[in-house]
Write a protein of this length. Structure first.
Length: 187
């Protein structure tokens, strides 16, 4: 699925909270994140893409299941994928106006098989990554093939500055990605 760009539902303009220069800096942050995201979706992941929905740009990337540090009893402990985990699904949610990554969201993914039947639904927790923050987790899917991903983003509860630009991300949003190629396995 190719990357799609559309005009944001909520444009940003200078205000008492952000000057044109400050908005330019925010746009530069978004541009750099977009470059990293495109590298992930086009060169690293087995499949990936992005679409615009509401105030967001929502992207996915799919790879083989991978190990990661997990917090256990206040300590970080490396954990390899569980025996049945065979895919890693990543979701990146960006601001539709400037492209910056949006933290603190509740992101839920439903995987659908080729016939549209639900394989599973899980919350996608925030994952720190050395070069690409995202929401993600390891999954078990029936095998290699073409799937659908339904991504639901709840309205965030974080506070927002700026009387002109701050009233955004107020509705739940759902986006569906079709014909997502998943190659199962573990890294």
């Amino acid at each position: 699925m190719a990357s799609t760009q559309t005009k944001p539902r909520t444009p940003r303009e200078p205000s008492d909270e952000a000057t044109e220069e400050q908005l330019r800096l925010a746009n530069e942050q978004g541009h750099q994140y977009k470059k990293a995201l495109e590298h992930m979706t086009e060169k690293v992941a087995d499949d990936g893409g992005e679409v615009a929905v509401g105030d967001y740009l929502v992207a996915y990337a799919v790879e083989k299941a991978e190990g990661m540090y997990m917090s256990r009893g206040g300590e970080l402990e490396w954990q390899e994928p569980a025996e049945d985990e065979n895919a890693h699904i990543e979701i990146a949610v960006r601001d539709g106006a400037d492209g910056r990554f949006l933290p603190g969201l509740e992101v839920q993914v439903t995987v659908l098989d080729a016939e549209g039947k639900e394989v599973g639904t899980h919350m996608q927790p925030f994952l720190w990554h050395p070069w690409l923050f995202h929401y993600g987790r390891n999954w078990h899917v029936p095998g290699d093939g073409t799937y659908g991903l339904r991504v639901r983003i709840e309205p965030p509860t974080f506070m927002r500055h700026d009387r002109k630009n701050g009233k955004r991300y107020t509705q739940p949003e759902v986006v569906e990605f079709n014909r997502v190629r998943i190659e199962t396995g573990q890294e």
